[in-house]
Ligand binder design. Sequence first.
Ligand code: ZN
Length: 103
Amino acid sequence: MKSIIFNSKLAKWWGVHVLGLRDTAAVTFPNSIRFVKSKEYWNERRTRFDEIVRHEACHLQQKARGGALLHYLKYFYYHLKYGHKGNPYEIEAREYAKRNKTV
Ligand SMILES: [Zn+2]
């Protein structure tokens, strides 16, 4: 696993300006999972935090599986075609996060 970063302005910027989403919680980059909010915020929301980490871990697997560059190209193609919720990579990540709950 790569590093987890909190209070990430880059994640906020990416969510708003690249994905067009106002409520992005976290973004996966090649070497990190970056959360917009603070560690203290997520310490009080551990169940949701763990689910997001699993979701982002699935995105890391997708990148490893398809190659990072091709993954990004396909991700943005699907993002434009289907929107964030309908993007097949997002659907897979949501299902993965739910399926792999440990509690
Ligand atoms: Zn996602």
